[in-house]
Each structure stands twice: as structure tokens, then as C-alpha cells.
Design a protein around this ligand. Structure first.
Ligand code: FHN
Length: 459
């Protein structure tokens, strides 16, 4: 029976074996010894590949799906702690099929998957050496993380794991979660940090290859900037080409998610439940739910296809990635209506993918009625809304010559260019319902154009 190794020491079981074992695992968990100092440069090749992917699937899942309440946050609130912490005994997602999940992400046009390996509730979706509170203690007894990682490799998607620094279950983590009456004095936070680093090392070295180590739960006061720098260096020491989001440290500016300053660790910023602002210097990824809750909730409000496409286009137009979240059901299925939405997005991506994948944002900055992306000598103008009584939209000049134009989905477009403006005309029968993508061929690289704000499109 495996228990938290730190508990053996806490209970005063001072056998030589346990002490040697802990010392060894602590050293292995923290080869850098004391907290590492300073930031490391982002791996630019990994960043380039990740940016080119543009679109990923976020998955929030765990035994809490049995209750249909929010993962982590409903512990000790809608679900009493005792009940929440024992849900795993009933968690048996017999319909889980990694091939189906990865196939659905691929069909949606997604290029990577981020799975909550451990959320704030402390439950580990893999066979962890460092805890019993994991998937192997459930009736299901299959390593979800391993199966998903291997299937991603088979189907050519990048696999990434989300890991919460907050762990309201672990006896050494403080502050305690809501409704948790265990005395905080019995906790040992630094021992928890060693436990956490052991688990992170397990994920990176045994469940990979991981493209991104996606941290969360950095906001409680026990986690410090020093911890953040050290954890970032630790992760990069285990896999130098891995990317780490900015929630590893204390530098995230709230839900807007950008960096407070360059002193903080992390390779990309993290707007949450909102599309990031146009920003080309600092890499960013918006994480947004396809419903309202992160974990599965019966009859939750599902975003329309229009909302999903508009969100994706606005993120890419702002030079960011979109990580769109689903919450699988307790039986292991992704809810059919969420799956259908993902398939609809995939159908759109089949035609419009060239305007998303491998592009950078701009040069026309996103606005309510349009966004734009570019690659090489091409600009992809996404017209999301046409003026009421006109087939023509008006854009500011670019300082580059437009030498050709077309519609990505086919049909006729007329483009005129003067020193003061560009006009784009598409009659009704050639427009697309959600987003008409106009390709503008330039006489030189689009990346040389200074990004420009766009007016109402009618002046
Ligand atoms: O508290 C979590 C929340 O449950 C969810 O995981 C999101 C996803 O980014 N992150 C935290 C809230 O910022």
C-alpha cells in the first residue's frame, strides 16, 4: 500500500531506508540544490512550433465529474470535503477512449492537448509513485495520462500536462481549502514542494514527451517568486526544449494574464476566459471554456459555433493561441453536443485553416467586425461582420502594394488600393456565414508592415 512518503517521516517512522529514500528522492527532485536564481531564455524553436499550432484542446477532468460541479472549487463548498475526497472510489470512466479523444481534437483542427493531470483537488490522473490519491486507486485502474500521451504521439498531436501548484488534498499543503478542518500547523510546505517536484519530474520524464508544462494555482501566498524561478529552472533542467506558462511564477497580471514584468519566469502569458489584446512581442495563449464550467456540468451553456470561430479568429488575429476547454463526463465520454461543436469547428478549419496555422497576428489589428493574420507575402483578412447597407469595407493603407486578391472559400472579391485607403468588396452571394476570409497577395513580406488599428470599416 503506497502512502505519501513524507507521512512516513511525519509519523516519526525514522527507519534508515525511509530516510535514505526521502533524501534520494529529494536530491533527485531538486538537482539544482537550493532555489535556482534568475530566468532562463525561452527555447525559440519550441516557441515557433507552438505558435504555429495556434489551436489546442484543454481538458479538465477528474472524479468530480461524478458530481457535475467545478473541479477543485466545489470541494468543501457544493460538495463536503469528506465526500469530495472519496469520489475516486466511484470513479470508473469505462467509456474513456484516448483514441477517440485525440481523434476528436484532430477532427476539430486542434494541434495539441493540455490535460489536467492534477488540479487543485490533488487527484492525480496517472499512476504516481508519490501518492495513493491517484487513478490506480479507482475501480478504473488505468493510467489516463499515459494512454493520452501515447495516443497523441500516435496521431501526431503535441501532448501537454496541466499541473496545479495548489493542492488542497495534500496534508503538507497550506493554506487549506474551504471546509477543510485539518489544522494548518501539521503541514510542511517545503515538504509539499518536494512532493510536487517529484510529481512534475514523473510527468516530464515518464509521461512525455511533453510540449508544455502548464502550471496553475500560483496565486496563494505560500508560493513565492523564488519558488517560481526554481520550479521553472527545474522543469527546463529536465527538458530544455519544453515551454512553461507564466503561472509557474508570480508574474501573471490577473485574468488578463500578461506578465507584470520581465523578472518573472514563464515562456508565454495566459489570458483566461477572454481573448488577449493584440500583442506580438510577448507570446500568449487564451484559455477559454466551450461551456461555462471548466469541468463537466449537466446542461451547462454551450458556446455557439459563431462564438467559437470568432474567438479563434480574434486570438490568432491578436497573435495568440487559443486553448479551448472541454470537461469530459464521468463515464469517460466527451459530451456529444460538445463533440459536435468541435467537429463543426473542424469543418470550418478544413477551408480556413491556412488563415490560422503558421500565421502571425495583424497587420490590421482585431476589432469587432474584423481580424487579420499573415504569412509570407499574404494577409488573411477575416471579415466577421459586413456594413448594413454596403458590400464594401474600408481599411487603412498598408504601405505595401496589393498585387492580387482572392476568397479562401472561393467566389469573387474586388480590392482597390489608394494612398489613403484600401476597399474590399464582396457581394452577398460570395460571403461566408461566419467569417469571409479575403487573401491579399502583397509585393513583399507582410511581416514588414507596422500593425495598424482599423476603424468602423465604413468610412
Ligand atoms: O482555478 C483554476 C480553474 O479551475 C481553471 O483550471 C483555470 C484554467 O486556466 N485556472 C484557474 C483559474 O484561473
Amino acid at each position: 500500500m503506497r502512502v505519501f512518503k513524507s507521512i512516513l517521516v511525519m509519523l516519526g517512522v525514522q527507519t534508515i531506508a525511509a530516510t535514505v529514500l526521502l533524501a534520494a528522492s529529494a536530491q533527485a527532485a531538486d538537482p539544482a540544490g537550493s532555489h535556482a536564481k534568475g530566468k532562463l531564455p525561452t527555447n525559440q524553436e519550441s516557441l515557433r512550433k507552438w505558435r504555429a499550432m495556434r489551436f489546442g484542446l484543454f481538458i479538465h477532468w477528474g472524479p468530480v465529474s461524478l458530481k457535475g460541479t467545478e473541479i477543485g472549487w466545489s470541494r468543501g463548498v457544493q460538495v463536503p470535503v469528506e465526500e469530495y475526497d472519496n469520489l475516486y472510489k466511484r470513479f470508473n470512466p469505462v467509456k474513456f477512449d484516448a483514441r477517440q479523444w485525440v481523434g476528436l481534437a484532430k477532427e476539430a483542427g486542434m494541434k495539441y492537448i493540455v490535460l489536467t493531470a492534477k488540479h487543485h483537488d490533488g487527484f492525480s490522473l496517472w499512476d504516481s509513485e508519490y501518492t495513493d490519491y491517484d487513478i490506480m486507486s479507482t475501480p478504473f485502474k488505468r493510467d489516463i495520462v499515459k494512454e493520452l500521451s501515447e495516443e497523441c504521439r500516435r496521431q501526431g498531436l503535441m501532448f501537454c500536462t496541466y499541473y496545479s501548484i495548489i493542492d488542497w488534498y495534500h496534508p503538507d499543503y497550506v493554506p487549506r481549502g474551504k471546509g477543510d478542518t485539518r489544522p494548518p500547523e501539521s503541514a510542511n510546505y517545503e515538504r509539499y514542494v518536494k512532493f510536487m517536484k517529484n510529481q512534475v519530474r514523473e510527468l516530464i520524464t515518464q509521461r512525455g514527451p511533453l510540449g508544455v508544462m502548464w502550471f496553475d494555482g500560483e496565486w496563494e501566498q505560500t508560493w513565492t517568486h523564488e519558488h517560481g524561478l526554481d520550479l521553472y529552472a527545474f522543469v527546463r533542467g529536465l527538458k530544455p526544449d519544453i515551454l512553461v506558462n507564466n503561472r509557474v511564477d508570480k508574474g501573471r497580471r490577473g485574468m488578463q494574464g500578461m506578465f507584470k514584468s520581465s523578472e518573472f519566469a514563464g515562456d508565454f502569458a495566459m489570458p483566461e476566459q477572454q481573448v488577449g489584446k493584440f500583442e506580438k512581442k510577448v507570446p500568449w495563449e487564451s484559455c477559454i471554456t466551450i461551456c461555462r464550467q471548466w469541468a463537466w456540468k449537466p446542461k451547462d451553456r454551450l458556446k455557439s459555433l459563431d462564438e467559437c470561430i470568432r474567438t479563434l479568429v480574434s486570438a490568432a488575429g491578436g497573435d495568440g493561441n487559443l486553448l479551448l476547454n472541454v470537461g469530459p463526463m464521468p463515464d469517460g465520454q466527451i459530451e456529444p453536443r460538445q463533440a459536435d461543436r468541435l467537429k463543426q469547428i473542424g469543418t470550418w478549419m478544413k477551408t480556413n485553416g491556412p488563415s490560422i496555422y503558421g500565421t502571425r497576428g495583424g497587420p490590421f489589428k482585431p476589432t469587432a467586425w474584423c481580424a487579420s493574420t499573415h504569412a509570407e507575402n499574404r494577409i488573411y483578412l477575416h471579415v466577421l461582420q459586413w456594413p448594413d447597407k454596403s458590400d464594401t469595407v474600408v481599411l487603412p493603407p498598408l504601405g505595401k502594394k496589393i498585387i492580387g486578391s482572392s476568397l479562401l472559400a472561393g467566389g469573387k472579391v474586388a480590392v482597390a488600393q489608394s494612398d489613403s485607403r484600401i476597399t474590399v468588396t464582396v457581394s452577398g452571394q460570395h460571403r461566408q456565414p461566419l467569417d469571409t476570409v479575403v487573401v491579399l497577395q502583397l509585393d513583399g513580406p507582410a511581416s514588414e508592415i507596422v500593425p495598424v488599428a482599423v476603424g468602423s470599416g465604413t468610412e
